[in-house]
Design a protein around this ligand. Structure first.
Ligand code: KG4
Ligand code: ZN
Length: 358
């Protein structure tokens, strides 16, 4: 069985993992920079790059030792090449190149978004094989994170087999969670806090009125989240005094309800338009309980099979990069030492930011 060391440093997590070709996670180390960026309410690119540089070597060593292997035992080194912050990506790419050169192993470039979409195939602690639970291609993948929000049709694990059906025209949904939490004084990252507070509020009681994004075009698979953020910003900045905890909880409930309903409606629409009955959700926002619940209900109603990876596979990690690496290694898709980071995904985009479908 092939064994791949994966390295991830595209944003604010420094991560390394060892995964075998059947998706079994042998080790999965994630060092988060949340505390570093929290005072700024968002990721500061320069600080991210410097911190990756500081911890990348110990993180890789820990991943190898937890897996009980030496660098010589792995068959390849996979690294997130794109998309992401260029300085952050550079640290992982250079580290992977150095290790691959020193150990004379193949170097494999992975697109972070492909990694997220394939994270559903990771097997932790005795998880069954994908085919035993009916998981396989094709599937409709909703990828929702701090940097990306899109729906894909996945016909196979290669980038050429993954087609964007629709994406956000403006903010990613995780970015909206983070910015709204910042406006409400809830700290960073916003997703987990809003997830926790929303069930304590009542959406219908919220004093802010939030319109359904892209309501006019019911057949569109594109999203827009910046309007929700602006409505809440106007409401907060126009308020005469500070909001009570109950008012804040109501706003969280209202925003989360409308955001998750939009994501579910469009994903189900995509599945029906594409005639695909498997649905996968992944990315940090896929940790959201209301999203999981609503998607579960809608998929059951229509007889679709829903696959949601555990939290640690949804948020940024290197296990998904290592797994995507095993797939590329099997296909003979390896990179040269001239590998350089790229800020954009290799997946073809159909949605143009701020414009809509081409
Ligand atoms: O996938 P991820 O770890 O990193 C990116 O590639 O962006 O996603 C991070 C995003 C953040 O915006 C965070 O607020 C959001 O995922 N997030 C959540 C939850 N947990 C994390 N959003 C909503 N509900 C959650 N429970
Ligand atoms: Zn991510």
């Amino acid at each position: 069985m092939t064994l791949v060391l994966g390295i991830e440093s595209s944003c604010d997590e420094t991560a390394a993992a060892v995964v075998s070709g059947d998706g079994r996670v042998r080790s999965d180390v994630v060092r988060s920079q949340i505390e570093l960026h929290a005072p700024f309410g968002g990721v500061v690119p320069e600080l991210a790059a410097r911190d990756h540089l500081r911890v990348i070597v110990p993180v890789v060593s820990e991943a190898l030792s937890r897996a009980g292997v030496a660098l010589a035992d792995v068959d390849a080194i996979a690294v997130t090449q794109r998309p992401g912050l260029v300085g952050a990506l550079l640290v992982g790419v250079q580290a992977a190149k150095g290790l691959a050169w020193a150990a004379e192993k193949p170097l494999i470039a992975v697109d972070h978004l492909v990694g997220h979409l394939l994270s559903v195939f990771l097997r932790r602690d005795g998880d069954p094989a994908p085919e035993e639970v009916g998981l396989g291609f094709p599937f409709i993948g909703l990828l929702v994170s701090g940097g990306h929000s899109a729906i894909y049709r996945c016909d196979g694990p290669a980038a050429a087999q993954i087609r964007e059906l629709g994406a956000t025209r403006d903010d990613a949904v995780g970015e909206a969670f983070d910015k709204i939490a910042k406006l409400l004084g809830l700290g960073y990252p916003g997703g987990p806090v809003i997830d926790r507070l929303a069930p304590t509020g009542i959406a219908e009681r919220a004093t802010v009125s939030l319109g359904v994004p892209m309501a006019a075009n019911k057949s569109s698979l594109e999203f827009s989240f910046s309007g929700l953020k602006s409505a809440i910003a106007r409401h907060v900045l126009g308020a005469s005094g500070p909001h009570t905890d109950a008012e804040i909880a109501d706003i969280c409930a209202a925003f989360q309800k409308i955001a998750t309903k939009t994501l579910v409606t469009k994903t189900i629409l995509a599945a029906s338009m594409e005639n695909v009955s498997r649905v996968v959700i992944t990315g940090g926002v896929a940790c959201n309980r209301e999203l999981r619940e609503r998607m579960g209900v809608s998929c059951r109603e229509r007889g679709y099979d829903l696959f949601v990876p555990p939290f640690k596979s949804c948020t940024d990690n290197a296990a998904m990069i290592a797994y995507a690496g095993t797939v590329k290694l099997a296909a003979g898709d390896v990179s040269g030492f001239d590998l350089a980071p790229v800020t954009r995904t290799e997946l073809a985009r159909v949605t143009r930011k701020g414009r809509g479908i081409r």
